[in-house]
Design a binder for this molecule. Structure first.
Ligand code: PMT
Length: 402
């Protein structure tokens, strides 16, 4: 990982159960050639022994301003200047709140105010604490200030809950840092909006219609575009995926929500990529109460949803370059070509969903690309790699059109 060689990383550890994972995190960073200095909050020391971190990092572990261990009488200033990156992992709800307010009541928070280095946080907490409006507001405040938010992951938690709140795996965090330092800025003049995932169309408060889209394809495209420096807005239906690095994510539930999120910002975009599997229909009258099992036959009336990609394709003013997807199980090429024209698209990417090992909810995919003057096939491969090829194709076509 070339991006990590000779990097100075301050690892701030706050007091959560995931703190024990930081021993591996420091080890991996050192193995990749980075120099790591650790700062712990008071409560972090209850979850992991400072001596272990000191032994692995080969630097004294710091925890307060006034210590004989520090090389300087003002360690927050000196460390702030030394750092190429400040990573706080795990970042508890309490730590995020303190950062959002700008408190300087311990060494770690003071350093965050004193440094000009980029700051990244890897949130880790109970899923309900993560969902709390206060925590989300704090995260938004930090994101708006340019703090990188890495995670959290979805899964089982120490408290037996299941949801978002697990700290990202140390190996993945190391990849994120490497990504960060290996940045290619060739697309930094472009705003790219991508939709991903399924939509949920409510039947009643606890039931909905949906499909098997996992969001993996759209998220991979978002990461591929952000890796080249594009300013990416990812509008996603409900999925269990971590936000790609350097991508602005907007979560929505239904097709109507997705349409309004898209339309609100579409006029600032250079390229729009509609990868979401948007439900074609929604329940005409979704019930506010749980539907009872008192009828033998339940008739549902469904109404067509607006076609988002087609509305973007029909824009007259400030129309972006528009890319749509087509999920087809037969006559793929003809259906895709017809769809490109009927939805007013510049480019359509068709996937064959009749195979189980590609398309919906798979790690792999292949695509047929059709535009007004040509076509190309991108053969079966990991969505991550396919997305990089797709971004290259889209950018070439966009450049030919502009
Ligand atoms: O999410 P994954 O598990 O990774 O799977 C990826 C995928 C198979 C979902 C993806 O590659 C894909 O094909 N997405 C489009 C699926 C789809 O809804 O295809 P469609 O042929 O029904 O729609 C055609 C286009 O119209 C799509 O760009 C779709 O986003 C758009 N559309 C559809 C309906 C609607 N109401 N509004 C839309 O914008």
């Amino acid at each position: 990982m070339a991006g990590l060689i000779d990097k100075h990383i301050i690892l701030g550890i706050s007091g959560g159960i995931a703190a024990y994972k930081t021993i591996d995190l420091v080890r991996y960073l050192k193995e990749q050639g980075s120099d790591v200095k650790v700062i712990m909050t008071k409560s972090a020391k209850k979850f992991v022994a400072p001596l272990s971190l000191q032994t692995i990092s080969r630097h004294p572990v710091l925890d307060n301003f006034l210590s004989t261990q520090t090389e300087s009488s003002m360690p927050h200033i000196a460390l702030g200047k030394w750092a190429d990156l400040v990573l706080i992992a795990p970042a508890t709800a309490n730590l995020l709140a303190r950062l959002a307010v700008g408190l300087a009541n311990d060494l770690l928070c003071s350093l965050c105010l004193a440094t000009t280095a980029p700051i990244a946080v890897a949130p880790a907490m109970n899923q309900q604490m993560y969902k709390a409006i206060a925590t989300q507001t704090n995260l938004n405040t930090l994101r708006d200030r340019g703090v990188l938010i890495w995670g959290p992951d979805y899964g089982h938690q120490a408290c037996d809950d299941i949801g978002y709140g697990r700290m990202i795996d140390p190996k993945v965090l190391v990849e994120y840092i490497n990504h960060y330092f290996s940045h290619d800025d060739s697309l930094n003049h472009l705003n790219i909006m991508i939709t991903a995932g399924p939509t949920h169309e409510a039947l009643d408060p606890i039931r909905f219609f949906t499909n098997y889209s996992s969001g993996k394809m759209g998220f991979a495209i978002a990461q591929a575009a952000a890796d080249k420096g594009a300013k990416v807005t990812l509008i996603t239906g409900p999925v269990h995926l971590s936000t790609p690095i350097r991508v602005r994510r907007i979560d929505v539930i239904s097709a109507l929500d997705m349409k309004s999120a898209v339309m609100q910002e579409i006029k600032n975009q250079h390229i729009f990529i509609g990868c979401a599997a948007v439900s074609d229909y929604r329940i005409y009258h979704s019930s506010l109460e749980k539907i009872k099992k008192d009828k033998d036959i339940l008739k549902l009336v469904m109404v067509k949803n607006p076609d988002i990609v087609s509305e973007v394709g029909s824009l007259i003013e400030k129309r972006p370059y528009v890319v749509g997807f087509a999920a087809e199980s037969k006559n793929i090429q003809q259906h895709a070509k017809d769809k490109r024209i009927s939805k007013h698209l510049d480019l359509i990417c068709a996937n064959d969903i009749s195979y189980l090992n590609q398309g919906f909810n798979s790690d792999n995919n292949s695509l047929y690309l059709f535009w007004n003057k040509g076509s190309v096939i991108l053969p079966l491969r990991k969505k991550r790699v396919l997305a990089q090829q797709l971004i290259r194709e889209i950018i070439n076509l966009y450049n030919e059109n502009n």
